[in-house]
Write a protein that binds this ligand. Structure first.
Ligand SMILES: [Zn+2]
Length: 278
């Protein structure tokens, strides 16, 4: 596949941002834009491009400042990661921009393997999340999987309100299924905010269960590999994480329907074992 414009853009922008940083660090305010002027071009398209480029350019300036700050503190801060990663945790959270995984738990690069999607859903047909779980458990050997929901979640709110947005409605059906499954319990909560908070919690608990039922986690437990799956809620209001107290350390923690066993060993040439041998 041909590289996109987005992948081709950083090199010249970084070069320009670096020039901008020389002006901005330590000697007065940061320039609003370090892009060259576009005199003589179409006024309307130039205005649009300049606004977008100015906004993006700020990101490169921020990036350069962060990189410098980190290497000033530790010259090996980045180079230490080149050889690989050994995170102890997998974070499965919502894509919401207000829920920055590493910042919330104060972990540096290399310490947290992260998968985020709309509504922190673990779907048995989503190759993305299944791949993240398998890779982190099987290859990285993470010790803990953290399924993290959050209050005021737009995905849960949409599922609560029967809103119709578009393609994402297919995805939100996963959460609507949970709403239907727990309809009796939810109907007993009169206050809307409290009912939505409860659906946020139920969604986390269901996704913990789904995580435990994945072949990757089941295989790890069958092999005696220690993996614990936790349900957490992050609160936007105060930035605090709340442990729901729902932790699963082994196959006995979930419904037997979802447990799997070791692959059967064939006895004889091309024959399946007798039922009594299983
Ligand atoms: Zn959310």
């Amino acid at each position: 596949m041909a590289p996109s414009v987005a992948f081709m853009a950083p090199t010249p922008l970084v070069r320009r941002a670096r020039a901008g940083r020389a002006m901005s660090i330590g000697v007065g305010p940061r320039p609003r834009s370090v892009l060259p002027s576009r005199v003589g071009r179409d006024v309307h398209s130039t205005a649009k491009v300049s606004m977008a480029s100015s906004s993006l350019n700020e990101l490169f300036v921020n990036n350069l400042e962060w990189s410098k700050k980190m290497t000033d503190q530790d010259e090996n801060y980045f180079s230490q990661h080149v050889g690989g990663q050994t995170p102890e945790y997998l974070w499965i959270g919502c894509s919401d921009s207000r829920v920055p995984a590493n910042l919330i738990v104060g972990l540096p690069p290399g310490a947290l393997f992260v998968h985020r999607n709309v509504g922190n859903v673990v779907s048995h047909s989503d190759l993305n999340v299944l791949s993240a779980i398998e890779f982190s458990v099987k290859v990285l050997k993470v010790r803990h999987i953290l399924v993290v929901g959050h209050d005021y979640c737009g995905a849960v709110t949409a599922a609560m309100n029967d809103e119709r947005v578009g393609v994402v409605d297919h995805w939100l059906t996963h959460i609507r299924d949970i709403r239907r499954r727990h309809a009796v319990q939810l109907s007993q909560i009169e206050d809307y905010e409290l009912r939505r908070d409860r659906l946020v919690q139920l969604n986390v608990l269901e996704q913990v269960h789904n995580t435990c039922a994945t072949p990757a986690v089941q295989a790890a437990w069958n092999a005696g590999q220690p993996v614990s799956v936790h349900g957490w809620i992050y609160r936007l209001q105060d930035g605090l994480v709340r442990d729901l107290g729902f932790r699963v350390d082994g196959p006995e923690g979930i419904d037997t329907v979802y447990r799997t066993v070791e692959p059967r060993v064939l006895s004889g040439k091309g024959k399946l074992p007798e039922v009594s041998e299983v």
